[in-house]
Ligand binder design. Structure first.
Ligand code: PMT
Length: 405
């Protein structure tokens, strides 16, 4: 079986020495690693070192006689399952963002269709320079992934953000990207709508009611669906998370906003997964000005019920449409979730007991159970990414069964 292939581009940062360890660790993890050194990188680490650590010929010169393949940059670009550039300088990012292909690395990265992962390392001021930031933002918008530099001592003698990320993080992100590549494209041609995050219900111009949802669960589902080939519509409450690349995202604030955004999205969707935690109540009368302290008197807020978004989507459910809801419970998980299944016209519900360690709000893992009228399937603790795939596997199976009827 062909080993997964990483092309590792190394540019002229003092952190180039770390590329040797990265190459070695990727080889140990079972990858075939081909290194390309820029001219500046060769001032900081040798071709011989990278060849020894990767076990493959290292490529440095566009016009040198080919070492392995006739048209080396094209063959490498095709061969890559993941293209990693570590460390990546401001100069490299600038060239990539401008479409400059004037050496072996920039030419090969331009020719690849593999996911590109860029681990930044540079002086803080260079990193913060608006030109660099604009280049990063542009490349992000076309799907290039970045591993942000970390705070640390820099070669120039200053301390600041610019240090290459930890080797562990670079290797893990590369292996994760590899794993993603292996996903089947079984949602191609389907539209998946996903809700994520909390909502905010205003009290006055500066205060609001919200909850602990980080959006991690919903974003993981959106990312997984996108990787599996779906068109993804993500409706997100306020979160600190970045929009997953390739996903169409609408940001909303309140539960009513969520309803307004989800209804048209659900009309287009074959599968709707509602992982958001919309507030069940809003303030009956939002104060037009900041509310002042009440001189020690109790302060009473009157709340009024918000629309049930999932119920509204359920009432408009189409034939051959799959609706998946979540149930965030702190007690009587099964009984409460079953009630929601019927009330919201859901095909199945993902119940999570949000009091369990490693489950629920603002963690990277979850412990869930799938529940429908045929019974319950308890799942072990797993990452939200892994759970996202399990949810989509099940939703797709339900959809196919409906279509076959
Ligand atoms: O975002 P994270 O930090 O990763 O946390 C993930 C999560 C805990 C938020 C997620 O796993 C989860 O459980 N989401 C559902 C939260 C919730 O609102 O549960 P609920 O039991 O109150 O609602 C049941 C279902 O109805 C949910 O699909 C919810 O999106 C929906 N709902 C709820 C209230 C409302 N007014 N309208 C709705 O549509």
């Amino acid at each position: 079986m062909k080993k997964p292939c990483v092309v590792l581009g190394v540019t002229g940062s003092i952190a180039a020495y770390r590329a040797a360890d990265i190459a070695h660790r990727l080889v140990k993890a079972g990858c075939e690693v081909h290194c390309i050194l820029t001219k500046s990188a060769q001032q900081l680490i040798t071709e011989r070192t990278m060849e020894t650590m990767s076990g493959q010929p290292c490529i440095t010169d566009m016009f040198a006689p080919p070492k392995q393949w006739e048209v080396e940059h094209i063959e490498l670009a095709k061969r890559a399952d993941v293209f990693l550039v570590a460390p990546a300088t401001a100069n490299f990012v600038g060239k990539m963002a401008s479409g400059i292909a004037d050496d072996m690395l920039t030419t090969t990265v331009m020719a690849t269709k593999a996911p590109v992962l860029v681990a930044l390392a540079m002086n803080t001021n260079m990193y913060e320079n608006p030109v660099t930031q604009k280049n990063i933002a542009y490349l992000r918008s076309i799907g290039v992934r970045f591993l942000e530099p970390i705070e640390g001592d820099l070669a120039c003698g200053t301390v600041g953000k610019g240090h290459i990320p930890e080797t562990d993080d670079i290797v893990r992100a590369t292996l994760d990207a590899m794993e993603e590549q292996r996903q089947p494209k079984d949602l191609t041609g389907l539209t998946v709508a996903v809700t994520a995050g909390p909502t905010r219900e205003p009290i006055d111009p500066v205060r609001y009611i919200t909850n602990k949802s980080s959006g991690k669960m919903g974003y993981a589902i959106a990312r997984a669906a996108q990787l599996r080939g779906a068109r993804v519509l993500l409706i997100s409450g306020p979160t600190a998370l970045e929009a997953p690349a390739g996903v169409e995202m609408v940001r909303v604030e309140s539960t009513k906003d969520l309803l307004d955004a989800l209804l048209p999205a659900a009309e287009q969707a074959d599968i709707v997964v509602q992982a958001a935690a919309p507030a069940d109540y809003r303030v009956a009368e939002v104060a037009p000005q900041k509310i002042k302290k009440q001189d020690g008197e109790p302060f009473v807020l009157t709340l009024t019920e918000n629309p049930d978004v999932a119920k509204a989507v359920g009432e408009n459910k189409r034939e051959n449409q799959v609706l998946v809801g979540f149930a965030a419970e702190t007690q009587a998980v099964r009984a409460n979730a079953t009630r929601k299944l019927d009330k919201k016209h859901l095909d199945f519900i993902v119940a999570n007991d949000v009091t369990k360690p490693g489950a629920g709000f603002d963690v990277d893992t979850n412990i869930a159970a799938f529940l429908d009228h045929d019974g319950i399937e308890e799942l072990p603790l797993m990452t939200k990414d892994a759970l996202a795939h399990r949810i989509l596997d099940r939703a797709l199976a339900v959809l196919r069964a409906k279509q076959a009827r």
